[in-house]
Design a protein around this ligand. Structure first.
Ligand SMILES: *Cc1c(COP(=O)(O)O)cnc(C)c1O
Length: 637
C-alpha cells in the first residue's frame, strides 16, 4: 500500500512577525488524506491561539524503501509535586544513563526558549552541533502506525505525538537521550527518553503559565556523525509501532484497580448506591426487610400495579400468548396486542399513531438518536431526564442545553445557533422537581424557528391534566407537540415506553430507531397490563382527581410543619442539599416506617440532594398528613 507523508504548519502574522499557530505530521494511506487534510486545516483556522493566516500543507508520496519502523519506547510516569523535584528526577535519570554533567545540560534550556526546533547537544563536550542554532533541529516525518480506520480527530493527541517523536529521536544514530520540557504555558510536564530507561514522563517541570520550554537531543560522536544524525531526524520517514494513546493505557498490573478506586471514592462522597428489596407488590403500604412501611417513593401514582383488573388481564394474556414475544417487532415479535396498545395510546393522547419501545429510556434514546442526524441541533432543558441526555449523546446532532424552563434563554440560543433541522426537547413534568414545562411557549418557539418539539410525559401521563391525559390537557389547549413520549412504567403500572405523533413520525421511527429495531419486543403481560391501566384511567377519572387532591394535602401538611415546597404534579421535592444529610434523613424515615429515597448526584446537581416524595392516589389523607410530620422531624435532625 502506498503511503503519503502529510505535514502542516500554520502561522499568523502578529506585528509583522509570523507566529506559530499549529503544526502536525502524519503518515497516511491515500484514503485518509482527504479527511485528515480537512481536519488539520480546520484546526489551523479555528485555533485557540488565533486563526492562521498562512497554512502550508505538504503531501508527498513515500517511495518504497524510504520508510522504516521503530517500536514505541515503553513509558512510565514519575509523579512529582514541584518543578524542583521534577528537575531532580531529570538529574537522577541522566546520572543513571552515565551522563554526569546533568546540571550544565539543564542550564542550556535557557537557550532553547525561542527555538522552534531542538538543540543537538554533545553530551560530553556540551558543544552545540546544529548548523543553524537559531532554528535548531526538526525531527519530522513520523507518525504512529495505525489502521486506515484511525479516527480523524480535530484535537491533537499530545501524549501519543510525544511518544512518537521521542521514539524516532531515540532511534536516530548517535543520539543517547532526549530531554523535553513543554513550551506550552498550559502544560507543565516534560520527559526524559533513552533506550535504557524508555520514555519517562515527569508530571511537573515548571509553573503553569510559564512559556519556557524546549528540547535537547543529547548526542555522542564526531561532527561527521552529527550529519548522519541530522539527516535521519529531518529526512527519514518513520512509523512508530504500538504507540499508546494515553498515559493510562499500558502498565496496569491490575485492571480492577481503577474500578475499586472509583467505588471507594463514591462511598467517601456519599454517592455510593445500593438496592433495597421490597417484598410485596408496589402499593401504598409495602414490606421491606421485615418492616411495614408507607411507600412515598413509587412512580405507580395511581396504585394500578396491584389492581385486580390489571393483574387479571395480564394473566389472561399469558394464558393465551405465553410469556416472551420471541423476536423483535420487525421479525416475529409483533402480536395483535402490540398494535392494539399502540392504537389505544394514540387515541389516549389524541395523535394519529404511536409506537412502542421496551422502556421509556429506550424510547428517548431511540427517538433522539434517530432524529439527531449530523447537522441537526437538539435544544435540551438542563434538567431533562438522563435518557434524553443519553439519546442526545448517541446521535450525531449537536446538543445545546438551555436553562431550566427558561424560555428567554431558549430563544436566545435558538437565535444564536442556526439549525437547519432540530428538536426542542423537554420533560413534561421534571422528574426530580415536579414542575411542568412551558409547553405553549416551547411549541410556539419550535414553530417560529422551524424545529420539532418533543416532550417526555413519563410523570405526566395519568397525573396532570384534569383527567390525567398529560401536558396537553394540563394547558387546556389543542396545541400538540410534534413528539409525545411516555412510559408505561409509571402511572400505567407496567413497563415499556411509547411515542405518539403523526403517522410520518411513527413510520420514520419504525425504520430508523435502533432501540426499536434491535431489541426483542415487549411480552404479552406487560402489554395487556398497560392497556388495561389506560382504560381504567379513562373510565375512572376520580383516581386522577384523588391523586391531585392528595398532592395538595401533602404539600399543605409539609408547609404546616415548616417545609415549603411546591409541585404541579405528584412529585414533591424536599430539598436538603448535602448528600450525607439527605441519606441520613432517608434512613431516619425508613426507621420511622416511611419509604422515601434520597436523590443525589448525578441524578440531581451536587449539593442539591433531596428527598423526592411521590404521591399515590391510594394514600389516605391522614397517612399523608402524618408522614409530613415525620419528614419534618427527620429533616430537622
Ligand atoms: C422514568 C423516566 C424515563 C424512563 O422510563 P422507563 O420506562 O422507566 O425506562 C424517561 N423519562 C423520564 C422523565 C422518566 O422519569
Amino acid at each position: 500500500m502506498t503511503l503519503y507523508s502529510m505535514k502542516m504548519r500554520a502561522s499568523r502574522n502578529e506585528n509583522g512577525k509570523p507566529v506559530h499557530v499549529s503544526g502536525a505530521e502524519k503518515i497516511l494511506a491515500q484514503k485518509e488524506i482527504h479527511d485528515n487534510a480537512s481536519a488539520l486545516i480546520e484546526r489551523a483556522l479555528c485555533h485557540s491561539k488565533g486563526s492562521a493566516d498562512f497554512i502550508n500543507l505538504k503531501i508527498e508520496e513515500i517511495r518504497p524503501g524510504e520508510l522504516s519502523y521503530v517500536e514505541a519506547l515503553p513509558f512510565t510516569t514519575r509523579d512529582v509535586k514541584t518543578a524542583e523535584e521534577g528537575r531532580a528526577v531529570i538529574l537522577e535519570l541522566l546520572d543513571k544513563l552515565g551522563i554526569k554533567n546533568g546540571r550544565e545540560i539543564l542550564s542550556r534550556f535557557s537557550e532553547t526558549y525561542d527555538m522552534r526546533g531542538a538543540m543537538l547537544l554533545n553530551a560530553d563536550t556540551l558543544e552545540r552541533m546544529e548548523p543553524d542554532t537559531e532554528r535548531g533541529i526538526r525531527a519530522t516525518y513520523m507518525d504512529a502506525e495505525h489502521s486506515p480506520e484511525r479516527s480523524v480527530c480535530n484535537d491533537k493527541n499530545h501524549f501519543q505525538e510525544a511518544i512518537v517523536l521521542a521514539s524516532k529521536v531515540i532511534s536516530a544514530p548517535h543520539i543517547i537521550a532526549e530531554i523535553c520540557m513543554s513550551d506550552d504555558p498550559d502544560y507543565v510536564t516534560g520527559y526524559v527518553a533513552a533506550e535504557a530507561i524508555g520514555y519517562v514522563r515527569i508530571t511537573k517541570l515548571k509553573e503553569k503559565g510559564c512559556p519556557d520550554g524546549g528540547r535537547i537531543f543529547l548526542f555522542r560522536g564526531s561532527s561527521e556523525d552529527a550529519k548522519e544524525t541530522i539527516k535521519y531526524l529531518e529526512k527519514q520517514k518513520v512509523l512508530v509501532k504500538n504507540a499508546p494513546l494515553s498515559p493510562c493505557s499500558p502498565k496496569v498490573s491490575d485492571p480492577w484497580e481503577a474500578i475499586r478506586k472509583d467505588i471507594s471514592q463514591r462511598k467517601a462522597a456519599n454517592l455510593y448506591r445500593t438496592t433495597r428489596v421490597i417484598d410485596t407488590a408496589q402499593t401504598a403500604h409495602v414490606r421491606s426487610e421485615g418492616k411495614q412501611l408507607l411507600l412515598l417513593a413509587s412512580n405507580s401514582y395511581l396504585g394500578l400495579s396491584d389492581e385486580p383488573r390489571v393483574k387479571e388481564a395480564a394473566i389472561e394474556a399469558v394464558r393465551e400468548y405465553g410469556v416472551g414475544s420471541g423476536g423483535s417487532r420487525l421479525t416475529t415479535g409483533t402480536l395483535p396486542l402490540h398494535e392494539k396498545l399502540e392504537r389505544d395510546l394514540a387515541a389516549f393522547k389524541g395523535t394519529e399513531a404511536a409506537i412502542l419501545f421496551n422502556t421509556g429510556y429506550m424510547a428517548n434514546v431511540g427517538i433522539l438518536s434517530a432524529l439527531g442526524k449530523s447537522g441537526a441541533v437538539i435544544f435540551s432543558d438542563e434538567l431533562n431526564h438522563a435518557s434524553i441526555i443519553d439519546g442526545c449523546r448517541l446521535g450525531h446532532a449537536r446538543t445545546v442545553v438551555y436553562k431550566h424552563n427558561d424560555m428567554k434563554d431558549l430563544e436566545e440560543k435558538l437565535k444564536a445557533v442556526s439549525a437547519p433541522f432540530g428538536v426542542i426537547v423537554s420533560d413534561a413534568v421534571f422528574s426530580m422537581d415536579g414542575d411542568v414545562a412551558n409547553l405553549p411557549e416551547i411549541i410556539s418557539l419550535s414553530k417560529k424557528y422551524n424545529l420539532l418539539s418533543m416532550v417526555d410525559e413519563a410523570h405526566a401521563t395519568g397525573v396532570i391534566g384534569k383527567t390525567g391525559h398529560g401536558i396537553v390537557e394540563y394547558y387546556g389547549s389543542n396545541a400538540h407537540p410534534d413528539i409525545l413520549m411516555g412510559t408505561m412504567s409509571k402511572s400505567l403500572a407496567s413497563e415499556g415506553g411509547f411515542v405518539c405523533g403523526d403517522n410520518l413520525l411513527i413510520e420514520y421511527l419504525r425504520n430508523t430507531a435502533r432501540s426499536f429495531i434491535f431489541s426483542t419486543s415487549l411480552g404479552p403481560a406487560a402489554l395487556v397490563a398497560a392497556d388495561e391501566a389506560l382504560h381504567i384511567i379513562e373510565d375512572e377519572p376520580e383516581r386522577v382527581a384523588q391523586l391531585q387532591r392528595n398532592t395538595k394535602v401533602f404539600i399543605k401538611a409539609l408547609a404546616e410543619n415548616g417545609i415549603t415546597t411546591e409541585s404541579s404534579s405528584a412529585i414533591v421535592p424536599i430539598i436538603i442539599g448535602d448528600e450525607g444529610a439527605a441519606l441520613k434523613a432517608a434512613q431516619a424515615l425508613y426507621d420511622d416506617g416511611i419509604f422515601l429515597t434520597a436523590i443525589r448526584y448525578p441524578t440531581v446537581a451536587k449539593g442539591t440532594a433531596r428527598l423526592r416524595a411521590a404521591i399515590m392516589a391510594t394514600h389516605t389523607e391522614a397517612e399523608l398528613t402524618a408522614a409530613a410530620q415525620k419528614i419534618a422531624k427527620a429533616v430537622k435532625q
